[in-house]
Design a protein around this ligand. Structure first.
Ligand SMILES: Nc1ncnc2c1ncn2[C@@H]1O[C@H](COP(=O)(O)OP(=O)(O)OP(=O)(O)O)[C@@H](O)[C@H]1O
Length: 302
């Protein structure tokens, strides 16, 4: 649904999006991840025609955003929830958008219902909490029932209930067959929402992978083992092909062998294990590892 090919953007001497290519499929939530300043917003702005690429293309359903007759019915995008006229009521804001895009009034009622805003439809947007402004922004993206949705950091600043609501909405939009592209700098957040991940750092593609795949490749970490005769079991493990190092509090940290195989080896040698713990690398750690070299301003230990 969204095709990004060789997309490149420079601001002065800085290349903020660098030869980026990826595809956002229908029926999925695609998480767009990267540290602050990685180029996520700039990429999204190019997809919806708010910034011009220096090279490459970004198309929606095979066409440039500017060639879409009524963009709102093809793609809904929320890049900045603050961009609402504060003096207007939620209803008037949505109604004006509907009218200017030739959409029927009943769509306004539909999106107010879908975003749980019927109760505040008559209130001025200027008095809205961040959570409500976010809902209003999302309501606007849904007016034209677009097949493609783009959200830039939609959960930023929301409370847990708001985060949960946004997450559930993204999932239900994907379940309806829509393509949903959503950016975040938090892997933990994306891991709970997205089916697929595009990870960028310094404007470049770092990973383009299914969430399940990332968990699989990065989830098989080392195994912490505790036995009474540490030196002897370490030798037996090494002889069986594992890599062994000393861990905390007299434990062994074993890699290159599964917990099940370590258990088998211990049984074979008649060794009693007092601990056998596979170390799951969290997605957050996998993300830190992936983007380590591309953090714009990393903290330097004093
Ligand atoms: N209009 C602009 N003029 C000059 N530089 C810009 C402009 N817009 C963005 N940049 C720079 O481009 C880089 C990428 O910014 P961008 O906002 O796309 O990153 P991001 O991944 O969305 O980050 P964040 O998570 O902080 O929003 C940054 O270094 C930023 O300072």
């Amino acid at each position: 649904m969204i095709e990004v090919r060789g997309l490149t953007k420079r601001y002065g001497p800085q290349t903020v999006v660098d030869d980026l290519s990826f595809t956002v499929e229908a029926g999925q939530v695609t998480g767009f991840l990267g540290p602050n300043g990685a180029g996520k917003s700039t990429t999204m702005r190019m997809i919806i025609g708010l910034a011009a690429p220096d090279r490459g293309t970004a198309t929606i359903g095979g066409r440039n955003y500017r060639d879409l007759a009524v963009p709102l019915v093809e793609v809904g995008a929320l890049l900045d929830a603050g961009a609402v006229h504060g003096g207007r009521t939620a209803y008037d804001h949505l109604h004006a958008l509907a009218v200017s895009n030739g959409l029927p009034r009943k769509r306004v009622d539909a999106v107010l219902a879908r975003t749980g805003m019927e109760g505040v439809a008559g209130k001025r947007a200027g008095g809205f909490s961040l959570g409500m402004r976010q809902r209003l922004g999302i309501a606007a993206t849904l007016l034209g029932e677009p097949r493609v949705l783009i959200f830039d950091e939609p959960v930023n600043g929301l409370d847990p209930e708001g985060i949960r609501w946004v997450r559930d909405l993204m999932r239900s939009l994907a379940a309806e067959g829509r393509a949903v592209l959503v950016s975040s700098h938090l892997m933990s957040e994306m891991a709970q929402t997205a089916d697929h991940l595009i990870v960028i750092g310094r404007g470049r593609l770092i990973a383009d992978t299914a969430v399940s795949e990332l968990t699989r490749t990065n989830g098989e970490g080392a195994v912490v083992v505790r036995v009474s005769d540490r030196a002897r079991f370490a030798q037996q493990l090494s002889a069986a092909g594992a890599t062994v190092r000393d861990g905390l509090e007299s434990s062994l940290v074993v890699s290159g062998m599964s917990a099940a195989d370590i258990g088998q080896l211990a049984a074979y040698h008649g060794v009693a294990l007092s601990e056998l713990t596979p170390q799951r690398v969290s997605l957050e750690e996998a993300f830190m590892e992936l983007t380590r070299d591309s953090i714009e301003f990393s903290g330097v230990a004093a």
